[in-house]
Design a protein around this ligand. Structure first.
Ligand code: AMP
Ligand code: MG
Length: 327
C-alpha cells in the first residue's frame, strides 16, 4: 500500500517543471502550503507581498473546505446530504457550484453525476487494506445516483431521494483555484502559481514574462516524471487520472472515477485526461467529464469547444492531443 500515499503527494508535486528561468527559488517566493481537500496544496506568490496575503489564501481555502467537504459533517454539502430530503438553506456559492455540477451531469448524459456520494461513500482509497464493495452493494448505492433528484429553490437545496447525496469532489478544487486567483488579483498580485493537488492555475506569467511549463505526469510513474508538458500563462491545467487515487487488489486496479451505472470504477482505455483552459472550474469539470465519456466522446466534446485544449493518455501510454493544441 506504500505507493498509495505516494500518489497523492506525487500528484500535488507533479506539475511544475523546475529549472525554468524566471521562477524564483522557493525561498525567494512566498508560499502557502497545506493539506486540504484530501490533497497537498500550495499557493506560490512570485511578487513581493505582505504576509497577510498568504494568510488570506489560507482563510479562503479553509472557508471553502468547510463549505464543500463531503466528509466534514458540518459542511453545507453534508447538511444537504443528511437532511433526509428536507430543504437546507445554503450560501450563494454552494448553490452556484451545485448548479455547475448539474450542468456537467446533463452535458454528459449522467456519465458525470454530481450526486455520486452514495457510491463514493463505499470506496475508501486511503484505507490500510482497502477492499472493493460487493457488486450488489455498489449497484444498490448507484441506484440512488441521479442528479435530477436535486431540487433548488432560491438558496434552499433538497434531495428528492433521501438516500441521495452530493459530492463536489470533481469540481470544487477548480472553483476554489478560480476564487484564489480573484483574491490574489484584488491584492495586486500579478504572478502566482496555485496548485491544488495537481489542479494548477497560473496567474500571469513567470517574473521574466515567460510561460510556466507544466508537466503532465506519466501514469503510475512513482517518481512523478512528466510524460509531456504544456506551456501556460493566465490559464489552468487540470488532470483527472486513475493513478491519482487508487488501490490494487488481486491484480485489479480500483480507481476513484466511478461509473454511476455500476458503482464501480469507470472502465475504459484511458489513464488520464488533462484540460487546459482559462477557468480552473471548467478545466476541473471537463477533465472528469471527458474521462467518464471515454476517449471518442470526450475528444469530440473538446473539439466542439472554443479555447479548450486537451491531452488524453490511453492505457497503451499513447498521448493524444486535441485538434487545436499548439505543441
Ligand atoms: P477529479 O479528480 O476532478 O477527476 O474528480 C474525481 C472525484 O470526483 C472523485 O474523487 C469523486 O469525489 C468524484 N467523482 C467520482 N466519480 C464521479 C462521477 N461519475 N461524477 C461526478 N463526480 C465523480
Ligand atoms: Mg475534476
Amino acid at each position: 500500500m506504500k505507493y498509495k500515499k505516494f500518489t497523492a503527494l506525487a500528484t500535488a508535486a507533479m506539475l511544475l517543471m523546475t529549472g525554468c528561468s524566471g521562477l524564483p527559488k522557493e525561498r525567494d517566493s512566498q508560499t502557502y502550503t497545506d493539506t486540504l481537500f484530501d490533497t497537498v496544496i500550495s499557493v506560490q506568490i512570485l511578487d513581493s507581498v505582505d504576509e497577510d496575503v498568504l494568510k488570506g489564501c489560507e482563510t479562503l481555502c479553509k472557508k471553502y473546505d468547510a463549505m464543500f467537504s463531503r466528509t466534514n459533517e458540518d459542511s453545507e454539502i453534508s447538511r444537504i446530504n443528511s437532511a433526509g430530503g428536507v430543504p437546507v438553506e445554503v450560501s450563494d456559492e454552494t448553490v452556484k457550484l451545485i448548479k455547475k455540477g448539474i450542468y456537467y451531469s446533463e452535458l454528459s448524459g449522467g456519465a458525470f453525476d454530481i450526486t455520486i456520494a452514495p457510491v463514493v461513500n463505499l470506496w475508501d482509497f486511503q484505507a490500510e487494506d482497502p477492499v472493493p464493495p460487493s457488486p450488489e452493494d455498489a449497484a444498490a448505492a448507484a441506484g440512488h445516483v441521479n442528479y435530477k433528484n436535486i431540487v433548488i429553490s432560491d438558496n434552499k437545496v433538497s434531495l428528492s431521494d433521501p438516500e441521495a447525496g452530493i459530492d463536489l469532489g470533481a469540481i470544487a478544487k477548480g472553483y476554489i483555484a478560480d476564487r484564489l486567483k480573484d483574491y490574489l488579483e484584488k491584492q495586486g498580485v500579478k504572478h502566482a502559481l496555485i496548485n491544488l493537488g495537481g489542479n494548477v492555475l497560473a496567474l500571469g506569467t513567470k517574473l521574466d514574462g515567460s510561460d510556466y511549463n507544466i508537466g503532465i505526469q506519466k501514469p503510475f510513474d512513482e517518481s512523478g516524471n512528466p510524460v509531456t508538458s504544456v506551456r501556460i500563462s493566465d490559464q489552468s491545467v487540470v488532470t483527472s487520472g486513475i493513478y491519482q487515487r487508487y488501490f490494487k487488489k488481486d491484480g485489479t486496479i480500483y480507481h476513484h472515477i466511478l461509473d454511476p451505472a455500476t458503482g464501480y470504477p469507470c472502465k475504459n482505455n484511458l489513464y488520464s485526461v488533462t484540460i487546459i483552459t482559462d477557468s480552473s472550474l471548467t478545466a476541473d469539470a471537463l477533465s472528469t467529464t471527458c474521462f467518464l465519456l471515454g476517449y471518442d466522446r470526450g475528444m469530440k466534446l473538446i473539439d466542439q469547444l472554443d479555447n479548450v485544449d486537451a491531452v488524453f493518455i490511453t492505457d497503451d501510454n499513447e498521448i493524444h492531443y486535441s485538434s487545436n493544441f499548439q505543441k
